[in-house]
Design a protein around this ligand. Structure first.
Ligand code: FAD
Ligand code: NAP
Length: 287
């Protein structure tokens, strides 16, 4: 699953020195963190990459949740929130990351290689989970940038397909090359023996690009308001229906606010883990 043909993969490198590993392990134990080995790295663009780590056998999570992950810097853990890309049944954990030049974590994390180690918190959390939504017919997952990450997890959970008849994922990015996971969402998913059967005629991937030419150009918010989105995917209305539609939103603060305002105008109500609603929102980053 999720083969990648859009860039070089890392060559396996020797594991870290035993002395370095035992120091890391002892720090992780002191801080109540897992220490897991990197097994795969893929760079999509100069600003985006994905990587996998071995899954701690005792880690349980709901598809769509996030964890704190990071590296040791100056003897201390430097951790940031990251959505888990993989569904809860997968044997490994995958993450989709931005590379911020001056970012305390990602200026370092972008140099990860197979065999390196990642610190990971023990308690996944989050609201982009089907449990925070009331039953419905259509599930829309609306993302910008790395906000796609939790939806890749939710999409591959069988529970999602039990609860919803139709699933739509939108992904808005500035440049076309930032449409990470596009091949998977457009083609590979349909070829997957199990997933392909679940999503047959029931899944729509709707990418939009805000800079340069693209068949579905512009912000998803504008395309929803203009009716272009509804027309493109053959919906009968360009408003969400609170009776049947459920929406998950993940992007920048400005995007989340704009989407939430629109959804409330359409009669939807924000849900939480202890109080399910008709839409849920989570930030893809702070700032
Ligand atoms: C709930 C939650 C889930 C998150 N999940 C992910 C994830 O799956 N993948 C991911 O890459 N990041 C994710 N983030 C952001 C992540 O926690 C860090 O901010 C990011 O890794 C950058 O860390 P840093 O230390 O390099 O820079 P920071 O000091 O954390 O950020 C510096 C600046 O970079 C920009 N920035 C940070 N993250 C992003 C981003 N993802 N996309 C665009 N611009 C960004 C912002 O302007 C921010 O102010 C998530 C954040 C939250 C709150
Ligand atoms: N993505 C990367 O590869 C990358 C790498 C390193 C650093 N950064 C920096 O990180 C910051 C965030 O970059 P980003 O591109 O990942 O995230 P972003 O600013 O959230 O933009 C992602 C997409 O969301 C759209 N968008 C933004 N606000 C919106 C709103 N209110 N409603 C609807 N759509 C909205 C943007 O459209 P518009 O184009 O119309 O704004 C863009 O297509 C920037 O300062 C960037 O320079 C990004």
């Amino acid at each position: 699953m999720m083969k990648n043909s859009q860039g070089p993969e890392s060559e396996p490198t020797p594991a870290v020195e035993p002395a370095v590993y035992s120091q890391l392990k002892s720090m992780a134990e002191t801080k109540n963190l897992y220490l897991q080995k990197v097994t795969w790295v893929h760079h999509w663009t100069h600003g985006l990459f994905s990587f996998r780590i071995e899954r701690p056998p005792s880690l349980r999570f709901r598809s769509g949740e996030f964890v704190m992950i990071g590296l040791q810097v100056d003897g201390q853990p430097l951790l940031r929130a990251y959505s888990i890309v993989t569904p809860n049944w997968e044997e490994h954990l995958e993450f989709f990351s931005v590379k911020v030049k001056q970012g305390p974590l990602t200026s370092r994390l972008q140099h990860l290689e197979v065999g390196d180690y990642i610190l990971i918190s023990k308690k996944p959390v989050g609201t982009l989970v089907v449990d925070a939504l009331k039953p419905g017919k259509r599930l829309f997952m609306v993302a910008t940038g790395t906000g796609l990450a939790p939806f890749l997890s939710v999409l591959r959970d069988p529970e999602t397909h039990k609860r919803f008849e139709e699933i739509i994922i939108t992904h808005t990015v500035r440049e076309e090359e930032e449409l990470a996971y596009r091949e998977f969402l457009e083609a590979e998913i349909h070829d997957d023996e199990i997933l392909g059967e679940w999503i047959k005629d029931r899944f729509t991937y709707y990418p939009t690009v805000t800079t340069g030419e693209f068949r579905t150009k512009g912000r998803i918010t504008n395309r929803i308001r203009s009716g272009d989105f509804a027309a493109d995917i053959h919906l009968t209305d360009n408003r969400f229906d609170p009776e049947t539609d459920r929406v998950m939103v993940c992007g920048s603060l400005a995007f989340n606010r704009e989407m939430a305002t629109m959804l409330v105008e359409h009669g939807l109500v924000e849900g939480h883990n202890n109080d399910p609603g008709t839409f849920v929102v989570e930030r893809a980053f702070v700032g």
